[in-house]
Design a protein around this ligand. Structure first.
Ligand SMILES: NC(=O)c1ccc[n+]([C@@H]2O[C@H](COP(=O)([O-])OP(=O)(O)OC[C@H]3O[C@@H](n4cnc5c(N)ncnc54)[C@H](O)[C@@H]3O)[C@@H](O)[C@H]2O)c1
Ligand SMILES: O=c1ccn([C@@H]2O[C@H](COP(=O)(O)OP(=O)(O)O[C@H]3O[C@H](CO)[C@H](O)[C@H](O)[C@H]3O)[C@@H](O)[C@H]2O)c(=O)[nH]1
Length: 342
């Protein structure tokens, strides 16, 4: 097997799909996760897909000594994909310190543990750093806008920490991927997004409504300056997103980086409205969705979608799956997890 890649947060939504794609690309993924927002059962699910149970270590990356000990005793790890973080925007407003603590301590502990060593590092950032961009599609050069939440702020400051660290530590090769809206699930329907409680994001709310867990879905506003009045996002299939991480690791391994800190947009480059998502869901699954139009949600961005030229050119990566693939796979996963709850 190929190089060992540490996947922090590897039992989570994006991490689990990335573990599968790393394996498919010939790498040996090693997972660290404290299971604060995921289930140990994901390991069995991954095994069903790839035929192997990945190496797994359960601990909190905020624990400096444990993190250092793990890194020092695993010198064969050649790259890190750092997903582990808290990610709920609303919760971060209520619990800012928990968010700053978890998202920064884990990142700083990892970087500190690699002091003086060579490492390829991929960081999960977000298009949230752009706020409402002035120009669409938004490029990586667009200004970073003041964060709307402590969560968004952790991504912005983390990018600064990474850029400043890379500037003085040439042994670090760092790529920050700015994800647009990750949705969908693996085609096997064995892994997918597992929101705890009432989903805050559109697609899990759609699938939970269709299956009867929620009575109806509310479209947050239809009076925006968009083709049908509902908000526009750049939805990206989680499997395409997972593959972008593999491409980022490869770029660094092959010494192709133009700088030891690079930033890439990871989306499809295409904007889709909320109402188009609802139509696509109904059409591709044959399920009828009970929805109403409601007021705008506070803090929502009107429209955002990414310019993905840079990632296509530098990473040789492009999203291959469309909105129908996203809806179908999310629906198959919803049915699976409803029948086989963890
Ligand atoms: N899902 C999105 O919409 C989205 C969008 C942009 C960026 N991101 C970022 O991508 C990353 C992954 O997101 P996800 O949707 O897979 O989230 P997730 O919650 O499903 O996965 C994160 C995983 O990290 C683990 N974790 C959290 N803190 C930890 C710690 N201190 N030590 C060890 N493990 C820890 C959790 O248990 C979980 O399994 C996050 O950094 C998130 O902020 C997500
Ligand atoms: O029940 C719902 C849920 C969502 N929406 C709409 O669906 C769109 C997508 O909403 P999500 O909450 O799924 O995604 P956001 O784009 O609002 O937020 C996501 O993208 C942000 C960056 O813009 C942050 O990264 C954040 O972490 C991540 O969840 C928005 O227009 C929202 O108003 C509804 O109409 N009804």
């Amino acid at each position: 097997m190929g190089n060992k890649i540490l996947v922090t947060g590897g039992t989570g939504f994006i991490g689990s799909h990335t573990v599968v794609e790393l394996y498919n690309a010939g790498y040996t993924p090693v997972i660290v996760d404290d299971l604060s927002n995921s289930s140990i059962k994901i390991l069995d699910q991954i095994e069903k897909i790839i035929g192997n149970k990945p190496e797994f270590h359960q601990f909190d990356l905020c624990d400096e000594a444990k993190t250092a000990d793990f890194i020092n005793s695993n010198p064969d790890i050649k790259g890190i994909i750092h997903f582990a973080a808290f990610k709920a925007v609303g919760e971060s407003v209520q619990k800012p310190l928990e968010y700053y603590r978890n998202n920064f301590f884990s990142l700083i502990n990892l970087l500190t543990s690699y002091k003086g060593k060579n490492i390829n590092f991929v960081f999960s950032s977000s298009c949230t750093v752009y706020g409402q961009p002035d120009v669409l599609p938004v490029t990586e050069e667009a200004p970073v806008k003041k964060a709307e939440s402590p969560y968004g702020n952790t991504k912005q400051i983390a990018e600064e920490i990474l850029a400043e660290t890379a500037a003085v530590s040439k042994n670090y090769n760092i790529v920050a991927l700015r994800y647009f809206n990750p949705v969908g699930a693996h085609k096997s329907a064995l892994i997918g997004e597992l929101p705890i409680g009432i989903p805050q994001n559109l697609i899990p709310f759609v699938t939970q409504t269709a299956i009867g867990k929620r009575e109806k879905i509310t479209v947050f506003g239809d009076d925006y300056n968009t083709p049908d009045g509902s908000c526009v996002r750049d939805y990206i299939h989680v499997v395409d997103l997972a593959k972008a991480h593999v491409a980022a690791i490869k770029r660094m391994e092959e010494g192709k980086s133009s700088d030891n800190y690079e930033v890439f947009n990871i989306g499809t480059g295409k904007g889709t409205t909320v109402l188009e998502i609802i139509n696509a869901f109904e059409k591709s699954t044959g399920e009828k969705l009970n929805y109403t139009i409601g007021p705008r949600r506070a803090g929502d961005i009107e429209k955002v979608y990414g310019d993905v030229t840079k990632s296509a050119e530098a990473l040789g990566w492009r999203a291959e799956l469309n909105v129908d693939d996203m809806m179908k796979s999310a629906w198959e996963w919803e049915k699976y997890i409803n029948e086989n709850p963890f």
